[in-house]
Every structure is written in C-alpha cells, then in structure tokens.
Ligand binder design. Sequence first.
Ligand SMILES: NC(=O)c1ccc[n+]([C@@H]2O[C@H](COP(=O)([O-])OP(=O)(O)OC[C@H]3O[C@@H](n4cnc5c(N)ncnc54)[C@H](O)[C@@H]3O)[C@@H](O)[C@H]2O)c1
Length: 700
Amino acid sequence: MSPVVRYERRGAVGIVTVDNPPVNALSQAVRQGLIEALGQGLGDDGAQALIVIGAGRTFIAGADIKEFGKPLAAPDLNLVISTIEDAGKPVVAAIHGTALGGGLEVALGCHYRVALGSAQVGLPEVKLGILPGAGGTQRLPRLIGAKAALDMITTGDFVRAPQANALGIIDAVVDGDLLEGALRFAAEVAPRGTAGRRLSERDDKIAGDRGNAALFAEYRAQVKKRARGQVSPLRSIDAVEAAITLPFAEGLARERAIFSELVTSPQARALIHAFFAEREAMSVPDVPGDTPVRAIKSAAVIGAGTMGGGIAMNFGNAGIPVTLVETAADALERGLGIIRGNYAATVAKGRLDQAAMEKRMALIRGTLDIGAIRAADVVVEAVFEEMAIKKEVFAKLDRLAKPGAILATNTSTLDVDAIAAVTARPQDVIGTHFFSPANVMRLLEIVRGEKTGKDVIATTMRLGKTLAKVPVLVGVCDGFVGNRMIFQYSREAEFLLEEGALPAQVDKALQDWGMAMGPFAMSDMAGNDVSWRIRRGQAASRPNDRRYSHIADRLCEQGRFGQKANAGWYRYEKGSRAPLPDPEVEKLVVAESARLGIKRQAIADEEIVKRTIYGLVNEGARILEEGIAQRPGDIDVIYLTGYGFPAWRGGPMFYADTVGLDKVYADVRRFHETQGYFWKPAPLLERLAREGKRFADWKG
Ligand SMILES: NC(=O)c1ccc[n+]([C@@H]2O[C@H](COP(=O)([O-])OP(=O)(O)OC[C@H]3O[C@@H](n4cnc5c(N)ncnc54)[C@H](O)[C@@H]3O)[C@@H](O)[C@H]2O)c1
C-alpha cells in the first residue's frame, strides 16, 4: 500500500487516512493511494461505511503545486472521485483545516461531509486562471443550487464550516475530536446506504434554476464588472450553466474542455506566475533559510500619524503588544482615536467581534515617553519624512533600545544607510516600507541597508509574514522599487495630458487594460501634495534631473490636493470618492499645452498604455540590473500587491515577457527619440531584446 494513504478499521467503519505532509496535496501517489485504500475498504466485509480524513493539520488542501504545468500522471482525479461516488458503501469526508480545490472536489464525491467548526472549504481555482476541473462545477450546484455555487466558484472565496453547513455543503459540524465525531456520524448513516447521496444523480437543487435564464445573464453582467478583463470567472459561469442544462456526464465533459482551454491560457500562466513569485520572494539567496532569527515578542512604533497608527494595528492584529510613541498629546489622542474607529468599522461590518477588538486595542498602548521603547524587540519609526528628524529619532533609539532590538524606518524616500549611520549599530537598522493604508495593504518592501545584518533581514522578513504582509526585499535607492517605478509611470501620464489627453481618458485606458485605478485617481487618493513637496525640495539641488509636467504643480498651487480637498485631478462631491471630470482641470491642461506650444492631438488608448506601462518596465530593468530587486518576480509581486496591477497580467516584468522584449524595446527606443532622455532604454532591456530572451531568463 502507498505510504501516503492508509486504511484501517474501527468497529464497523473503515478509515482512509491521507498522510502527505504538509497539506495532504493530491499528488499522483495520493491519488493512487486513495484508489487502493478505497478498494481495501470496499472489500472489507467488516466495514459498513468509510471515512476519508486527513492526517496532520488539514484535510486535502488542493492540487500538488509541484505537478503544475506538467502532464498529469494517472490516475486522474476524476477517476478517484467517481470511484468514491460509485462505492456501494456510504463514504463520509471528515474535514478539518481546509478542503480546497481538488480537496473539496474529493469531499463532494463523498456521500456525506462533516467538519470541525474551524474548517474552511473553497474552490479557489479561479484565482489561478482556471476552474475546478474534477467535477466541482457540476457537483456543487447540484448540492447548493446554481447561485450559491456561482458565488463560490467565480470568487474563489473560502467558506467557513458553519456557513458551509447552512448552505448544505457540510452535513454536520463536529465538536471535539473530528475522527470520533465522524465515526459516530458514519455509524449512524451506514444503514441508510448511499441512496440519494450521489451528487451526480441529484437534480432537486438545480431543477428550479433550469428555466432561469436571467440568473446567468445577470451573473455574467455582474462578473464582467467585478473581474474586469479576467476570463476564468466568466468561463466558470459557462461550466456551471452546463451543470444546469446538460446531463451530468456531458456537463463534466464540458467542464473538462473549458479547463483544458484555460490551463494553457496566458492568463492562467500569469496568475500561476504570480502565485509562485509571491512564495519565491521570501527567499534571499545570501540569507539561507536556517539563518537564526531574533524573537519578536514586543514592538514600538514612533509616530501615531497616517502610517504609524496602521502599523501599530498590524502588531495588535498579530497579537504582539505594541507601544505607540508620540510627541504631543493631541496627536496621540487623534492617532488612537483613528485606530479605534478603524476597528469599530470592521466590527460594524461583522468581520470582527467586539471582544476581539478590545483584545487588540488592549495590545496597543500610547505614550509620550520615548523611554518606553526600552523593552521593545523591534521599533518602527514613522515620523515626518525629514532626514534631520529621522536622524534625531534614530540617535535616541540607539541610546534607548535594548541590545539586539531591530530598528526599522518606514521612510519612503530617504537613504536608509544615512539613517543607520547615526547609530552605533547599523547592522540592526533596516527599512520597513509599509503602504497606505498600512493596516490594509499587503505589500511590505523591506529595505536592506549596506550594513544590515543577515539575521535582521531574516527576522524582518519573517515578521512581515507574521503581520500578514507580503514582504519583498529591496535595496536602497530613491523610491526603492515601487515608487521609483511609479514615478516614471505617473510622469508619462502627465506628459500625455500636455500632448492631448485628459485625466479621465488616461485613467479609463489604464483601467480598461486592468489597473485597479488610473494614475490620476490614484494620485488624488494619495494626495497630490505629497509629491509636490518632494519636487519642491529637490528642484533646488537637481534642477535639470527631473523633467516633469508642471500641470500637477498648478493643481497644488490651487490647493487641489486630491480627495481630501474634494478637488484634485477630478472634483469630488462632499462625502463621495467618485472622481468627476472637472472643466477647471481641462482648462488648466489645455492652457499648459498652449504655454508649451504643443498642438493637442488625439492619443489612442493603446499608446497611453504603452507609454505608462513600458515606463514601469524600463525602470524595472534598471532596478534589476542595479541589484535593487532580487529578481523580476519580486518586482511583479510589488506591483500586484501594492499598486493594483492586474494579477491576470502577471506583473509588469512578466507582462513585458509576454509581449516580447524585442517589441517592448522597439517602442522604448521610439519613445526615447520622441520624448526625451528619460526614455533611454535600460541596458538590460536592450541586451535581452537583442538576444531574444525574457526577463524570466535573467539570472542576475
Ligand atoms: N502617508 C503615506 O502614504 C506613506 C506611505 C509609505 C511611507 N510613508 C512614510 O511614513 C512616515 C510617516 O508618514 P505619515 O504619512 O504617517 O506622516 P504623518 O505626518 O501622518 O505622521 C507623522 C507623525 O509623527 C509624529 N512625530 C513627529 N516627530 C516625532 C518624534 N520625534 N517622535 C514621535 N512622533 C513624532 C507626528 O506628530 C505625526 O503624528 C514618513 O517617513 C513617510 O514618508 C508614508
């Protein structure tokens, strides 16, 4: 028998245990083992019912990602599932942890499902650009109706056991020991046999959906809006519709055909790339996995402003006590008030209970005494973005913090090495660049200074995970990775205005292309004054270095700082965040073109996309070559998690590879000739294009 699946009997119930750590993924050995163990159970005259259960921390959590992209070795999962479903004895899935993707499909092949209250189920395939390909789109609607099945399959969202029980996915929620509960349940249902329990034979839940054409039309319209540009949610609807309109076997064949089409599609490749890139970002070649990490049991955050408050919440959420240090009582009050308000809003939405909120609030302690950082294992500085103030704060931290404490700065533009240099322990200093709102955004750029210790890097990367962030290691440079690239992108967007476009056109072109938000709406949200202040600070020292459009300066001179001023690149009705095109801005834009002697002309959407997105790519290539980012996938992860880049395009570097670097390079050269020096092709882009290679081929 296969070592990853075993069979045993307790009383009159046979137990099939999948034991393939860490998550009981459905590898070839597990599929084969399941068929063999089931065969044993069915042949065991003493067993009147069977249980399928997972060893360790979870039920079957899905496909084996190691087998992704390879031809699938027999037996395929459909055979495993039909073997279960066709069994002459009732089979009960006993679920703890997660039953995801193929794992849930196995459970749907079983005749009954029981779960611990803490378990979750889901069909997340859509997030990888595919759909459940082992009957999930056919059996789930037959169990819970088309609408509820569509909700799960088109979003990929997980459902917790109590809700799954209410929906009918789970027959019983088990208290206490799962196996004991499942044994009791199996003994109870054994006499009933499998009659009426084979989902492939059921019709009662979908009979009512059959004549309901509006259901699918409405659902398609809704998904087109929600999943802009992404194919797999729409194709999932086709598969679920087949479950309603076709006999089971034909529906299954339809599901298989759509699966085969999706699995080789560019979108699936992009989404699978994104999935792996996020995991790979955690690895740092010169900081091996066994590098010792420092214990982080308490934290301090300096500055209770926009960022400091959100950062403190991250610690509170992770159960790490955190001291929030301010200079003025009113700033501290305000900061703590915003934190409380944020939590209260989450409670109001039903996503957190009051007791959990109070527990988190109790972990966040405000003080005006910087001496309170003495106990902290990590201190995150989030004071004003001014070098003199940062240096003053770090000199204090150096005096006060305990030996071995990690001293982190949340600076977005300043030199981490210069900050480290005011301390006697530069090896303990690192950048933790959170994104706004810091309690929501998943991206965390971790900035490695020249002298940052390897154990400090390892500890901070791990801390990022503990705080539920996606940590990506970057090097010191102006803007690090994300903002350094976005600068090129936004600058081009503004040049496009001078040449003939308007903010709404540029934003729409990029949104239609897949960006969560256009550059002007984004700038209004972040505050136009932020970059205006930086530009004014730098104009004196680098007069010629940063050619940029001056329209943004004109906006800021009029106080059009963005959403917070109800006016920016757009106008905003009081209390609304919906950007409305503003004739005043159009006047300003047209006047700037006239002042520069530029004859305004129509610009095609495709050109808008190339001018902005290739700006990201060209700068990304420089960043790679300078070693500021470790690998192209890291840049992609930064854009996917921090900048609303469409996941189904895989990130800017992956996208450039799919276009072909020769084509991207040709356009960048054209822009260099027509737009100016800042479009000089990055040497790495030029070299890879000439050699017919991709960023993915580049090994640093
Ligand atoms: N706002 C963003 O979108 C964003 C994003 C990423 C990074 N950052 C960076 O985060 C840092 C903080 O930015 P912010 O937007 O939260 O600023 P903010 O102005 O909202 O908050 C700064 C806070 O620090 C306090 N402070 C100033 N000096 C202090 C001192 N010596 N000790 C204790 N508290 C002090 C101020 O009273 C203020 O409450 C900056 O370095 C900024 O560049 C900001």
